[in-house]
Ligand binder design. Structure first.
Ligand code: URP
Ligand code: ZN
Ligand code: ZN
Ligand code: ZN
Length: 510
């Protein structure tokens, strides 16, 4: 657009007033290639009051409409990040990005919705939900909630039902690691899976064997390895493979769909591949860090340069990332998240003498769309329609909000990005919009630049200018019984009728 953007500075998250092009409620995106998950065409997109009203060639409009020329560019659904942690209290501290700064960063990088994990308060789901409603009041883009289950009793079981039926939550995460804090055991996992199935809610797992990780950590400390490299050495891929296999088998036993978050290793990915090949409904989510980084930085002699890469499961040695990319391009893995969970240098320094105390997490909410484009599309590994599928549409389908989200269709929410394939991007901790003072992708350059982000029908990112309004983001309720649940009951019936008839036994006289 041709208007001046004096209300915001590049690189600085501004509280833009409702003026300039960002405030127009009517937008026409002209002449771009409109890409959806299964189709692309050259067309105009007309937006009014937060909704896409028309997608067709040569739309004519009046003077009151902001016109964006997208000739030679791709017009795509805004990214949906299925996995973030904003304002999360974790490992004795709280993530440096809250709902406002994390979402502003997301919008600057072409992501227009994210799904964050509500952590219960002392095991209480309603208390956790209320706490996150409060945290999310500063939202400048749409968001949804998953919820973690950290203990089990009748109240938790009843509250899961309330969360699904009244609060718009349709997925629950079970941590198989973080012994002593979030970790649950197999008994709880089974109870949780059964409850999820009965509600049509998706069970998610953080798959690492927490008992074995605990053992591995002791082993490293005994060996005198206290630095960030000890993090990777204490929790090798085999522990991720084991837990992934166990969760998959238990989900099969209960016959409920399963979503494996942050798949970081070939070992875990191969378990998912095997299960899917046998027909089991398992979704695998790699995250950007696992796709494109390797563990070499954990051996950096500078503590902070190494500690900023500490996350769980760990970033693996080189080779795993490439295998995950291939799995993504062949459909073994279905969508890409970030696990955005940022801590600044001071926070990472909590673990300067002991890697077990380094707050776990890396950034990615602002970088995901660019890095996936550069790594997967620019390299020729996937098509542009596939790009839309793995960054947006598949997430909307899995969490049952498609086609309101994840599509450029008449009637969908106006969450749109314009990507210029001949422009380039460069990532830097100095110019990113996260509050963190580090960035695990610092210095990376690549092809393809998201020039415009439209969220809820407003232009919020326009060629380096951010115009975001705290409180403008909406909570998106996600209904249960997504496509992953269709036919589950039929499989149950088949299972019961396949059981061998019970043996009729005669009473034995005593
Ligand atoms: O290191 C990580 N992944 N931090 C966030 C918590 C989690 O396990 O997702
Ligand atoms: Zn503008
Ligand atoms: Zn996790
Ligand atoms: Zn996470």
């Amino acid at each position: 657009c041709s208007q001046a953007h004096s209300f915001c500075d590049a690189g600085v998250t501004g509280y833009g007033p409702e003026s300039g092009c960002g405030a127009s409620n009517k937008i026409l995106i002209k002449g771009g290639t409109v890409v959806n998950a299964y189709h692309q065409q050259i067309a105009d997109v007309y937006v009014e009051d937060g909704l896409i009203l028309a997608v067709q060639p040569n739309i004519k409009v009046g003077d009151d409409v902001t016109v964006l020329d997208a000739t030679g560019k791709f017009v795509m659904p805004g990214g949906i990040d299925p996995h973030t942690h904003l304002a999360m209290e974790f490992m004795g501290t709280e993530t440096i990005d809250d709902y406002f700064s994390g979402q502003a960063a997301a919008l600057a990088g072409g992501t227009t919705m994210h799904i964050d994990f509500v952590i219960p308060v002392n095991g209480s789901l309603p208390a956790g939900f209320e706490a996150y409603v409060e945290k999310a009041k500063s939202s400048c883009m749409d968001y949804g909630f998953h919820m973690a289950i950290t203990k089990w009793n009748d109240d938790v079981s009843k509250d899961m039902e309330i969360m699904v039926k009244e609060k718009g939550i349709n997925s629950f995460k079970f941590f198989m690691a973080y012994k002593g804090s979030l970790m649950i055991n197999d008994e709880l996992l089974l109870e949780g899976f059964k409850k999820c199935k009965s509600l049509g809610a998706l069970a998610m797992v953080h798959a690492e064997n927490g008992d074995a990780v605990f053992e591995g950590q002791k082993r490293m400390i005994e060996l005198g390895i206290t630095g960030p490299e000890g993090h990777a050495l204490s929790r090798p891929p085999v522990l991720e493979g084991e837990a992934t296999a166990r969760a998959i088998r238990l989900a099969h036993f209960v016959n409920t769909p399963l979503y494996v978050v942050h798949v970081m290793s070939r070992d875990a990915m191969e378990e998912i591949a095997r299960a899917r090949k046998s027909g089991q409904r398992v979704i695998g989510e790699p995250v950007v860090s696992g796709l494109i980084l390797d563990d070499s930085s954990l051996w950096d002699p500078d503590f902070i340069s190494a500690a900023k890469f500490v996350m769980s499961p760990p970033i693996r040695e080189s080779g795993h990332g490439k295998a995950l990319q291939q799995a993504l391009s062949t459909g073994v893995l279905q969508l890409v998240g970030t696990d955005h969970c940022t801590f600044n240098s001071t926070q990472k320094a909590i673990g300067v003498d002991d890697f077990r105390k380094i707050p776990n997490g890396v950034n990615g909410i602002e970088e995901r769309m660019h890095l996936v484009w550069d790594t997967m599309v620019e390299s020729g590994q996937i098509s542009i329609t596939d790009y839309v599928r793995i960054t947006s549409t598949e997430c909307a389908r899995i969490f049952n909000i498609y086609p309101r989200k994840g599509a450029i269709l008449a009637g969908s929410d106006a969450d749109i990005i314009i990507l210029n394939p001949s422009s380039s991007f460069e990532i830097s901790a100095r110019s990113h919009h996260s509050r963190s003072d580090t960035n695990v992708y610092d210095g990376r350059k690549g092809k393809g630049k998201i020039e415009v982000t439209i969220a809820g029908g407003r232009i919020v990112w326009d060629n380096g200018f951010l115009n975001v309004v705290p409180g403008s983001g909406k909570y998106i309720e996600m209904p249960p019984h997504s496509y992953l649940f269709t036919g589950i009951d039929k499989a149950d019936e088949n299972y019961i009728s396949s059981l061998k008839a019970p043996v009729k036994r005669y009473k034995v006289a005593t």
